[in-house]
Design a protein around this ligand. Structure first.
Ligand code: GLA
Length: 390
């Protein structure tokens, strides 16, 4: 099964706009979800990540208005949400999905821009709660719309930080820079190697089809259990460990220094957290070396090692994702791992292109045997980042 073509979601955004506001939108902007090939919980440790943009998109149809107010309708809700400057300037006042929109307005205003009032209609094929960055997708699409509608001077390489601020400081989720970078800077046919400290990027060719391979993304459909609190706890633990080790961030612990660093940490749990981050950074760099050499099939063991590290050291997996990884590997995947923040979400499996149905069926059988809700597998390929459609 492949992803729905973008035209459908764009048509839904336009239809929603016409129905809610009447008339035609001034333009439509689209931003993808993302999947992270490897490099989990490394971004807020100033480390390395290797995500790519997905062929599943969020589309915003919008037009400006003359007053400084914002009305947003989304497929997720029957009624539109409207807010003004007073709501925006007090982080937390707009809640739910609309908070990501208000957060972008807030972040633009906080950076000194005059943000045009707007009417926006949002449609999305990026599933919410699956760990595919539906939040970064709406942030990026709304940001692109407001920048264009307002004629704002804001180079795109500054967009990821701004969208991250919306999420960190308005919505209140202490996430890193990976998701926004992937959905804004992703390039078709490439994986994005990002240094999360310097924001330097390298677009590495990642042509699965040419290699006769495919990437299967399996939505575990596991309910996110305590994901927000656990994510914040992992981040705090990493930051404390960096302070103990006397480094600005765990990125500064080199893999060759790891054995010397671990005994300086106060307890076994912290040692395992640090070991995950330091080894994961190295796995990202090792994966990049293989991809540059065109050896896509060879990254499988690194993906699987990443999963084991998340399961045993960082402790962010749940039975549903562990089972999906095991079943995919048993069915012949070259490598498999959970992708995203953890405690549910999606598993990705690197497979022979011809094996998609067999691997998906093996995971479905393993789920049925355990009484889990049926998983949602799709094959994906790297697409481009945020763009204006028309
Ligand atoms: C979530 C966050 C990202 C990143 C990942 C884990 O997706 O939004 O910033 O930390 O988790 O790698």
């Amino acid at each position: 099964m492949t992803a729905a073509p973008p035209a459908d979601v764009a048509a839904r955004a336009t239809a929603g706009f016409r129905q809610r506001y009447g008339g035609e939108p001034a333009g439509r902007w689209a931003a993808p979800g993302r999947v992270n090939l490897i490099g989990e919980h490394t971004d807020y440790n100033d480390g390395f990540v290797l995500p790519f943009a997905l062929p599943l998109r969020t589309v915003v149809a919008a037009t400006s208005r003359n007053d400084a107010r914002w009305t947003v309708w989304s497929e997720l809700d029957a009624a539109p949400v409207e807010f003004g400057p007073a709501d925006v300037d007090e982080p937390g006042r707009v809640t739910g999905w609309a908070a990501y929109v208000a957060g972008v307005v807030w972040a633009l205003r906080a950076a000194g821009h005059t943000v045009p009032g707007a009417r926006l209609a949002v449609a999305s094929d990026v599933p919410v709660g699956a760990g595919l960055s539906s939040s970064a997708a709406i942030e990026a699409a709304v940001l692109a719309a407001l920048v264009d509608l307002g004629g704002l001077h804001l180079p795109t390489d500054r967009w990821p930080r701004l969208a991250q601020r919306a999420e960190n400081d308005y919505v209140g989720a202490p996430t890193g820079i990976m998701d926004q970078s992937a959905v804004i800077r992703g390039r078709s046919g490439h994986a994005l190697l990002l240094d999360c400290r310097t924001e330097e990027i390298e677009q590495i060719p990642f042509d699965l089809a040419l290699a006769g391979l495919a990437m299967l993304v399996i939505d575990s459909r596991a309910p996110h259990r305590h994901a927000d609190g656990e994510y914040a706890a992992r981040r705090r633990s990493c930051e404390r460990a960096a302070r103990t080790l006397g480094v600005p961030a765990l990125r500064d612990v080199n893999i060759t220094d790891l054995d010397a660093a671990l005994p300086k940490l106060p307890d076994d749990e912290t040692r395992r957290r640090v070991r995950h981050v330091v080894t994961e950074d190295q796995r990202v760099l090792d994966t990049a070396v293989l991809l540059r050499a065109g050896l896509i099939g060879d990254v499988g063991p690194l993906l699987t090692a990443s999963h084991a590290s998340m399961r045993d050291d960082f402790e962010i997996t749940v039975p549903e994702v562990d089972i999906a990884v095991e079943a995919a590997l048993a069915a012949g995947a070259y490598g498999a791992r959970m992708t995203g923040g953890g405690f549910g979400g999606c598993v990705l499996a690197l497979i022979e292109a011809s094996a998609a149905d067999a691997v998906a069926a093996a995971v479905a059988t393993a789920y049925a045997e355990r009484g889990f809700a049926a998983p949602g597998p799709v094959t994906v390929f790297p697409t481009g980042g945020v763009t204006r459609l028309d």
